[in-house]
Design a protein around this ligand. Structure first.
Ligand code: IMP
Length: 197
């Protein structure tokens, strides 16, 4: 069974492929020759994941899954949320996004936040949604150099370090994306097992 993971990121693709049985072959957007930009115009994570998965299934005819992630800060009514990648502007980098968030939290005592990943899968004419959440808090200064995005200022519950001070494996075990992908993998394994050779 071939399934497209709607990403150009080979690292993400290999990571998920390594968790799947050999009967499931993942293809990236590059593998299927999809070079057009898929605009993420929805106002929810699920909406954006659906846009990407549906575009691939409708245009290329493949079974496909897509993910979208956001950081939701309670005292900011869930911001930056679906706009996490471009919080400080359309071409903002991680540094600018973190600086804006830290500034918006100056003087706030409630620093609770969560990362959420939504994965949408189109398979055999049906759509399935998987969600992973990692709760924690926003630190007041950057800590650590690993990872990406908001990792240096996010400390998950039950840990003394930021995401950026963890190894990729440690983060993957507790992270929003790790949890959502684990649910997807279990579902795909069951689906692959029920397909007769
Ligand atoms: P994407 O949907 O995976 O592209 O994530 C959207 C944005 O959320 C990224 O550009 C990052 O700013 C942020 N983000 C997503 N996942 C993580 C994470 O695991 N750590 C830190 N930031 C993340």
């Amino acid at each position: 069974m071939k399934i497209v993971f709607a990403t150009h990121n080979q690292h993400k693709l290999r990571e998920v492929q390594s968790l799947l049985p050999l009967t499931i072959e993942l293809l990236s957007l590059t593998d299927i020759g999809c070079t057009e930009e898929i605009l993420e115009t929805a106002t929810t994570l699920e909406g954006n994941a659906k846009i990407k998965a549906n575009y691939i299934t409708n245009t290329y005819g493949y079974a496909c899954f897509a993910d979208d992630t956001g950081l939701e800060v309670a005292v900011l009514d869930g911001e930056p949320g679906v706009y996490s990648a471009r919080y400080a502007g359309d071409h903002a980098d991680a540094e600018a996004n973190m600086s804006k968030l830290l500034l918006n939290l100056v003087g706030k005592s409630d620093r609770s936040a969560q990362f959420k990943t939504v994965v949408v899968l189109n398979l055999n004419g049906r759509q399935h949604v998987f969600e992973g959440v990692c709760k924690g808090e926003i630190l007041s200064t950057r800590q650590g150099t690993q990872g990406f995005g908001y990792d240096p200022i996010f400390k998950p519950h039950g840990f003394d370090t930021s995401f950026a001070q963890m190894s990729m494996e440690e983060k993957g075990r507790i992270s929003h994306r790790g949890k959502a992908i684990a649910l997807l993998v279990e579902f795909l394994k069951d689906s692959a097992a029920s397909v007769k050779p």
